[in-house]
Design a protein around this ligand. Structure first.
Ligand SMILES: [Zn+2]
Length: 213
């Protein structure tokens, strides 16, 4: 029987960790738990916890650590996590990782998917979306046949999140607050580094090797 995988995926915004989380989830039949998704689910459920969370998000505030950790703890106690899980987007800071440890959550592997800031800027700032039909393009990697206009004739736009200044600021936060987790988990003998490749299947192969090697 394959060993149990309780995995944390690290990676800057745009490094492709969400995609790898989905692929690993499918391959090992374990849930990929994204903090954003479970916070939205908690709010939608209307539970006491959900109402508490909604107060913060309604004000546009960050949900505080102790609340996020409570939600993660609840999610990890569900039956589908017994055979393993993938955490995507949590922990984000060393204090969160320490809290996870205090809860007694066992982590078997931590994979950091690394892509240079320059490549991330290039990937994200080049993305274009069509507000009319939802099509997505990239000025360099997947250009629209009509330039800055969609196939459907509507002008293409850049999502606010992909604005170079927004991306740069998110990268700074990542380096500042999340990257110290590499040292934290390396000291515990859990860290594996995967260099993100241009082709998705190459990154997928390297990630699989990091998990199985
Ligand atoms: Zn369109």
């Amino acid at each position: 029987m394959a060993r149990k995988i309780n995995l944390i995926l690290l990676g800057a915004p745009g490094a492709g960790k969400g995609t790898q989380a989905e692929i690993i989830s499918e391959k090992y039949s374990i849930p990929a738990i994204s903090t954003g998704a479970i916070i939205r689910a908690a709010i939608a459920s209307g539970s006491e916890m959900g109402k508490k969370v909604k107060e913060y998000t309604d004000r546009g505030d960050l949900v505080p650590d102790e609340v996020v950790i409570e939600i993660i703890k609840e999610r990890l106690s569900k039956e589908d996590c017994k055979g393993g899980f993938i955490l995507d987007g949590f922990p984000r800071t060393v204090p969160q990782a320490e809290a996870l440890e205090r809860l007694g959550v066992e982590i078997t592997d931590v994979i950091s998917i690394e892509v240079s800031d320059e490549d991330i800027m290039d990937r994200m700032s080049g993305r274009r979306v069509c507000r009319a039909c939802g099509a997505t393009f990239h000025v360099k990697y997947k250009p629209s046949p009509n330039g800055e206009t969609c196939r459907c004739g509507e002008p293409l736009t850049r999502r606010a999140d992909d604005d170079p200044e927004v991306v740069a600021s998110r990268l700074n936060v990542y380096h500042d607050q999340t990257e110290p987790l590499k040292k934290f988990y390396d000291e515990r003998g859990k860290l594996k580094i995967v260099i993100g490749q241009e082709k998705l299947e190459d990154t997928t192969r390297l990630t699989a090797e990091a998990l199985e090697g």
